[in-house]
Ligand binder design. Structure first.
Ligand code: NAD
Length: 425
């Protein structure tokens, strides 16, 4: 099977398998199980965009809205060749569990465009984004479905989306619609600290894990897959703890430096090198296949889904995996890692800092407030630690790993809502 195909298929299968296992373990009500196994809405749009050379290209965009029992759908938009309906379904379901576990008043959605953004100019990306927003129309909205950045989408893309969405509304109403997306630049209603929130959350949950396990993170070696928003910021916060980054992998290749890579210097280098890490002075480029088997204490996958599978889990040397990415580990790999005694801090807990800060941005916009960085970080930490402690408690109660416990905490909250409210009619 082609790698791209395997990755897409794997994510949807993984999320369903994880859900089934959690539903069995917690003895979930069968009716609620049926509801949560399906997605509420699946929107596919085809839209034309004029390229710089005058040709028209037809793009395909997706938005899957999995569940909104707890509040509006929430989740990122990704621009990547692997985006399709199954990838969007899988990622939307993970968002439902993540927002529930984090204690937010949101459901789960996800989507994006099947494309390689590197092939397009800035002007083309702006037109693609604006036309996609227009095609989605009122399928998104500040009280209905609120997108955010994900792989290959950033604050600039969110600013174009907000502007386009607002432009379609009556002038007297436009200011009510700025929170249709989160992850905007600070000058356009964005939140101080939203940029670093996911990476900060990854390191916060890792610190909570280390405290729980009585492990000192100082001088520990860590390796990171993906050096985009999540990978960069997680590395920066790990450096602050005194841990040592020895290898990084991104779409351009894998670099290794035994005596440590400075995340801040690497970040500066990538800005001059088209976002790529390869060629970083002092580091050697090694074969991509060697990455997961490198000697280290901590592994932070922060790129795409289905990267740690039965094919490579056995070579992992890390004692703990902090899942910055969504769905980086498939269920077969989870089983192997368990027998090897490797702890996994699951994605829906580990990378929830991003959506939690998105919630703060949404509140800030909705209430006409401007929050300070210190308040954001303090509130973020509190929410994440609260979720972490609930997961630990349930993992002890049900005698499960952290992933199953995280699923159970998330699903219990949604189950309670359905029990209280019932199902119309
Ligand atoms: P990004 O686009 O900023 O960075 C993605 C990184 O992954 C880049 O360094 C890219 O080179 C690398 N990459 C792509 N293909 C790769 C491959 N085949 N092998 C190795 N590296 C590869 O994206 P991001 O926002 O940092 O998101 C990364 C992951 O974190 C995704 O799984 C995303 O869903 C998840 N996530 C992101 C956020 C957020 O706030 N941005 C929040 C929660 C979860």
């Amino acid at each position: 099977m082609e790698i791209k195909e395997k990755q897409k298929k794997g994510m949807y299968e993984s999320v369903l398998e994880q859900f089934d296992k959690a539903a069995d373990t917690m003895n979930l009500n069968p009716n609620i199980r049926r509801i949560l196994a399906a997605t509420n809405n699946e929107i596919v749009v085809h839209f034309p965009v004029r390229l710089d050379n005058g040709d028209m290209e037809i793009f395909t965009g997706y938005r899957v809205q999995h569940n909104n029992a707890l509040g509006p759908y929430k989740g990122g938009l990704r621009y990547h060749p692997t985006v399709d309906i199954d990838a969007a379904r899988a990622l939307a379901m993970w968002m439902t569990w993540k927002t529930s576990l984090a204690g937010l008043p949101y459901g789960g959605g996800k989507g994006g465009i099947m494309m390689d953004p590197k092939k397009y100019s800035i002007g083309e990306l702006e037109r693609i984004t604006r036309r996609f927003t227009y095609a989605l129309g009122d399928n998104i909205g500040p009280e209905h479905d609120i997108p955010a950045p994900d792989v290959n989408t950033n604050a600039q893309i969110m600013a174009w989306m907000a502007d386009t969405f607002m432009a379609t509304k009556h002038p007297s109403e436009r200011s009510k619609y700025g929170h249709v997306v989160t992850g905007k630049p600070v000058g356009s209603g964005g939140l101080e600290g939203r940029d670093r929130a996911t990476g900060y959350g990854v390191v916060s949950t890792l610190k909570a894990w280390a405290e729980w396990k009585n492990v000192d993170l100082k001088d520990k070696k860590y390796i990171v897959q993906g050096f985009g928003n999540v990978g960069q910021w997680a590395s920066v916060f790990m450096e602050e703890l005194g841990a040592k980054l020895t290898a990084v992998q991104d779409a351009s290749g894998t670099i290794y430096k035994e005596d440590g890579i400075s995340p801040t210097e690497l970040l500066e280098y990538t800005k001059l090198n088209g976002g790529n890490i390869v060629g970083f002075p002092g580091a050697v480029t090694i074969d991509n296949n060697l990455f997961f088997g490198l000697e280290c204490d901590i592994l932070i996958p922060a790129a795409l889904g289905n990267q740690i599978t039965e094919d490579n889990a056995g070579v992992i040397k890390a004692r703990v995996i902090a899942e910055g990415a969504n769905g980086p580990t498939n269920p077969a790999a989870d089983e192997i890692l368990k027998t090897m005694g490797v702890s996994v801090i699951p994605d829906i807990l580990c990378n929830a800092g991003g959506v939690t800060a998105s919630y703060f941005e949404w509140l800030q916009n909705r209430n006409g407030e401007i929050w300070q960085m210190e308040d954001v970080i303090m509130k973020l930490e509190k929410k994440l630690i609260n979720a972490f402690q609930k997961v630990i408690k349930v993992s002890e109660e049900f005698n499960t790993d952290l992933r199953m416990a995280a699923y159970i905490v998330a699903i219990q909250r949604i189950e309670l809502t359905y029990r209280e409210r019932g199902v119309f009619p």
